[in-house]
Design a binder for this molecule. Structure first.
Ligand SMILES: [Zn+2]
Length: 390
């Protein structure tokens, strides 16, 4: 993803929901569950998970799925989906060169009427490899999301009660190569795509936007699936984690949800945001907040459980409404920036911009109406904040 991408995030922030939180609970997935996966995936032995080293990560995922006794997802009882080079996508070459592989498993739903419907959770496990002798461990990008997916899979696998709909678990390879793994998967799915009622992905869920002290998980895409928006509100969040909803159209295609978005399959994208160590050798395990990874994992687990057992499935909508929650979110971020002190030192000019933004947000919130002109201002000030403060 372009470095600038995460800077764009603030102008699209949806609710931080500090005040009107419906439900807070303790998550089922603990830091000690997710950490060992990251320890292995981000270890020097895996050399940054590219090429032959990406295959080691794929082997690890296969073993995890096998140990959980989940069913293989692909043809001939295989957990693997080989991916040819992109140049040969349309060629009729009988033996194309294989450059990577997706890894997938599934759990059959318990309800005979609903089990043909699928909820797919997929996260990329590849990263940037080793360059000039330096390993890019990709602990946050995306060992963190992969650890989450594996623990969600394990929880479903050991649960006494199977969900009503079927759940599919996928590790995507080659995300760092223009989403080649997930694009190949969607172009060559092991089932009919119209059976997929929800796709969930996560990319970087163990740090925080700009290294600010934000207990926030950004959740994007729910504006295209009204049921998921309601469900996110109903489910609440694990203690210590705040959900901020964000419109996906404001950030564009930046991770494996892209190919699913193209197909108008309802999707959610989870991320804690870009930080100064993004795509550098400094994206290391020691800097991850494993409490956060565990909380996000617990949230995803509960969302999938709830969606999988609901009477009706999410449906896609093209129509997206603006929301005063955007103002609440910017207000919250500016508040945090002013309170951050030494953790995020501000120059006098920055402090002035942030204070003005906060005050105007407060005015809009006091008034209770959010006009089209207000929104234009909000976008401008958010961009200014992004360019001048982060
Ligand atoms: Zn990534």
């Amino acid at each position: 993803m372009p470095r600038f991408f995460w800077l764009l995030i603030l102008f699209a922030l949806l609710p931080a929901r500090a005040g009107d939180r419906p439900d807070v609970w303790d998550g089922a997935i603990r830091p000690e569950h997710v950490r060992p996966h990251v320890e292995f995936l981000a270890s020097s032995e895996l050399g940054g998970r590219s090429g032959a080293n990406s295959a080691k990560a794929a082997d690890y995922l296969t073993k995890q799925f096998r140990d959980c006794k989940l069913r293989p997802l692909f043809a001939n009882g295989s957990f693997d989906q080989p991916i040819p080079t992109s140049a040969q996508e349309d060629s009729s070459d009988e033996s194309p060169r294989i450059v990577g592989r997706n890894v997938g498993a599934w759990l059959e739903g318990s309800d005979p009427k609903l089990r043909d419907e699928l909820i797919v959770i997929g996260t990329h496990f590849d990263h940037l490899g080793t360059r000039n002798g330096r390993i890019f461990p990709g602990a946050d990008d995306n060992a963190s999301g992969t650890a989450m997916m594996l623990e969600v899979a394990r929880n479903f696998a050991v649960a006494k009660q199977r969900p009503r709909r079927s759940i599919v678990f996928v590790g995507f390879d080659l995300e760092e190569q223009l989403l080649w793994g997930s694009r190949w998967f969607v172009a060559h799915p092991p089932f009919e795509l119209n059976r997929v009622k929800l796709f969930i992905t996560a990319d970087m869920i163990g740090r925080s936007l700009g290294d600010l002290p934000l207990p926030t998980i950004f959740v994007m895409g729910s504006e295209h699936a009204p049921r998921m928006k309601l469900l996110l509100d109903d489910v609440g969040s694990p203690r210590g984690l705040e959900v901020a909803r964000l419109g996906i159209d404001l950030i564009g295609v930046r991770s494996d949800y892209g190919p699913f978005w193209n197909e108008k399959i309802p999707f959610l994208f989870f991320s804690t945001g870009q930080h100064p160590d993004y795509h550098t050798p400094r994206d290391v395990l020691e800097k991850l907040d494993f409490d956060k990874v565990a909380r996000v994992s617990s949230l995803v687990l509960k969302l999938i459980e709830t969606t999988a057992n609901a009477d009706s499935a999410p449906e896609w909508t093209d129509e997206v409404q603006p929301n005063i929650d955007e103002v609440k979110a910017i207000h919250r971020i500016t508040d945090l920036l002013l309170e951050a002190g030494e953790k995020k030192p501000l120059t006098d000019l920055q402090r002035l911009i942030v204070t003005q933004a906060k005050n105007k947000c407060q005015q809009i919130l006091n008034r209770g109406t959010f006009t089209a002109d207000d929104r234009k201002w909000l976008i401008r000030i958010s961009q200014l904040l992004l360019l001048s403060v982060f």
